[in-house]
Write a protein of this length. Structure first.
Length: 208
């Protein structure tokens, strides 16, 4: 990553923006695995550099410390998560079908990349120190209720869309964490479908 130009052996080569972003992505990918396997305090940036095959000081040229790397990883995950749910909500179809698509996208994201999912929701940081993380987390937060609002507006569900969205999120998150921990013995899809059916029935308007 830091080759020298001929005739300028003592000066590092200037990297292009693309090269910088590519290396940051590689660094974040490697760090995500270390965070997952060793925890927040279980490795050093020297360990990360060794994993990448670069000099011990190289990570410091891209990030201040481990927490800054963690913030970047989490921001990237939140943005990918939000994009997946936004795409589901934008699909053709009625409000219920888009809501189902959003729920399926949520579960698919978590199962396809459990490391990213756990780093998003199992850890906390001071968002004020990391504006990109704060923006990404806020974007993801909006996706939790985006597919609920049309259901309430059309009279299919009754209540505060934000509250309803958080109830669904709580159930999905709890089921996923039980599955990751190997504690959910019943068929996962059956549990999710039954929980969704019960919640939808509970939030339907009372008919008089």
């Amino acid at each position: 990553m830091h080759r020298c130009q001929p005739g300028s052996e003592n000066l590092p080569r200037t990297l292009t923006r693309t090269e910088v972003e590519d290396f940051r992505d590689r660094l974040c990918d490697a760090a995500a695995g270390l965070f997952e396997s060793r925890g927040r305090e279980g490795f050093t940036l020297r360990d990360l550099a060794a994993k990448l095959g670069v000099s011990p000081m190289t990570p410091y040229r891209y990030f201040k410390d481990k927490d800054a790397i963690l913030a970047a990883i989490r921001a990237r995950a939140f943005n990918r998560f939000a994009a997946a749910l936004e795409e589901a909500c934008a699909r053709p179809g009625d409000a219920p079908s888009r809501a189902r698509a959003a729920g399926e996208a949520y579960v698919r994201f978590a199962l396809d990349d459990p490391t990213a999912y756990k780093l998003m929701f199992d850890l906390s940081q001071d968002d004020s120190k990391y504006p990109a993380l704060a923006r990404a987390a806020e974007r993801a937060q909006r996706t939790l209720t985006r597919h609920i609002k049309p259901l309430v507006e059309q009279g299919l569900l009754a209540g505060d869309p934000d509250l309803i969205g958080h109830v669904f999120w709580t159930v999905l998150h709890g089921a996923l964490m039980l599955k990751f921990a190997g504690k959910l013995d019943r068929n996962f899809d059956a549990v999710i479908n039954e929980a969704s059916r019960a919640l939808i029935a509970g939030f339907q308007p009372q008919r008089t």
